[in-house]
Design a protein around this ligand. Structure first.
Ligand code: HAM
Length: 427
């Protein structure tokens, strides 16, 4: 162990884990493209004000979790704690309102939150997120939920539950908020200290407190879906009809409010089977007022994001085996000293032809080189010695079966591609 360790709450993603990450990213990108979403990348840091305005002053993220710093020009910056605000900022900055609407975008990005680290909760995590901007239609809310569902399904994850709620809009939320305040005011003494301090500022957040006593009180609280204005009610009804049409069953959960303040109407979360509330694998919803908050014209939006660390955790827990990213042969070239130059020539050729190949380095015996090839997970070893130099053939060893055969020098690449698929014993 050296002097330094990775910062608390961060994780190195080592080569052995990379097949999971590759798989999740590949599936995610393929499914997003299938639904018409195009990739966007935004900077890893932004002006801090962007997040204060969008996520909300009274949220955990803004109150205590943002990584804030002053740059050398004295500007207050933040490492990105979530992706939606940046995507909306980019939509406004690049005049995407003039594109055909809705604009469908997805992203893969690291994010930073100074949280108390625990299993599945990190200070740097990664999200796949997708956003549909510029349209109010509930068909898009359903599309986002369907896309999330399809993504998890394509990964092989099973038993996930989708929790759904509608939080109303500017018109109907104030009356709901008042009903909540009245309800909780009469029960303050049963609530935890956090909830009591939040009660007047952000009564909706009391509904998703993890404290069991607060949850019991929350269960009896007024429901937002009973307070929706006619437009929000209709929007929610249509969403439910689309979801039924696509056979995407959701559980209505009147305590679901989400931890970011920008949501209007639809909110939803995806829960894995084994764990409780802290383990939410993905969440999203509609945010029709966010663009105005960021200085733009009224522009509706709806989106979702899912944590890649939590997905990988659930894949491993459910025993899902992931395909290797490179199913072709993985070649290891062994050689005797007199054939070193020929071995290096062959190595260069194979690599240029697109074959994954390494050669022995240093000065190991042939036997030790073969052991090394095995330890490195090679599918094939190619042996180059004096005999091979003379005959113009190479000895190719299948590392799985241990069988060796001569292959003419000029045909080795084609032979490997034809015969050698997927027989590697590693990765
Ligand atoms: P969020 O619920 O804060 O939503 O995060 C989305 C997902 O990111 C979570 O469900 C979880 O899987 C993962 N996640 C969040 N924080 C952590 C953490 N500290 N460690 C590990 N994983 C974490 C958003 O960020 C919204 N921007 C989602 C959205 C997109 N809403 C509309 N569009």
């Amino acid at each position: 162990m050296g002097t330094f360790k990775a910062p608390r709450g961060t994780a190195d993603i080592l080569p052995a884990e990379q097949p999971y990450w590759d798989f999740v990213r590949r599936q995610g990108e393929a499914i997003c493209r299938r639904y018409g979403y195009r990739r966007i990348d935004t900077p890893v840091f932004e002006e801090a004000g962007l997040f204060v305005r969008s996520i909300g002053q009274d949220t955990d993220i803004v109150e205590k979790e943002m990584y804030l710093f002053q740059d050398r020009g004295g500007k207050e910056m933040a490492l990105k704690p979530e992706g939606t605000a940046s995507v909306c900022r980019a939509y406004l900055e690049h005049g995407m309102a003039s594109l055909p609407q809705p604009v469908r975008l997805y992203y893969l990005t690291p994010l930073f939150r100074y949280e108390r680290p625990q299993a599945g909760r990190l200070r740097q995590h990664h999200q796949l997120g997708f956003e549909a901007l510029g349209e109010m239609d509930p068909a898009l809310d359903a599309e986002i939920i369907d896309l999330a569902w399809q993504f998890y399904f394509s990964l092989g994850l099973r038993g996930l539950a989708i929790k759904l709620n509608s939080l109303g809009c500017r018109q109907c939320r104030p009356a709901y908020r008042q009903a909540l305040v009245a309800y909780f005011a009469a029960r303050l003494e049963s609530l935890c200290a956090d909830c009591r301090s939040r009660f007047s500022r952000n009564p909706l957040r009391l509904l998703d407190c993890k404290n069991p006593a607060c949850q019991t009180v929350g269960d009896g609280a007024p429901r937002s879906t009973d307070h929706l204005c006619p437009e929000c009610g209709q929007h929610f009804e249509s969403l439910l009809r689309y979801l039924a049409l696509w056979e995407r069953p959701c559980q209505l959960d009147h305590r679901l409010v989400r931890g970011l303040d920008y949501y209007t109407r639809t909110v939803f979360e995806v829960q894995p089977p084994e764990e409780g509330g802290q383990s939410t694998i993905g969440g999203g919803g509609r945010y029709d007022d966010l663009m105005v908050e960021l200085g733009g014209r009224p522009t509706p939006g709806v989106g979702f994001a899912t944590g890649l660390e939590r997905i990988v955790r659930n894949l491993q827990r459910q025993g899902v085996s992931v395909p290797s990213a490179s199913p072709g042969p993985r070649v290891y070239i062994c050689y005797l000293d007199e054939a070193r130059e020929e071995a290096m020539r062959l190595l260069g050729e194979l690599r240029r032809q697109g074959v994954e190949a390494v050669a022995a380095v240093g000065s190991r015996s042939l036997k030790a080189q073969l052991r090394h090839a095995d330890a490195q997970g090679a599918s094939h070893a190619i042996i180059v010695g004096g005999e091979e130099l003379q005959s113009g053939t190479l000895t190719v060893r299948d590392m799985g079966s241990g069988q060796q055969r001569p292959v003419p020098r000029g045909q080795v690449e084609a032979w490997l591609r034809g015969q050698g698929r997927g027989t590697g014993n590693g990765g």
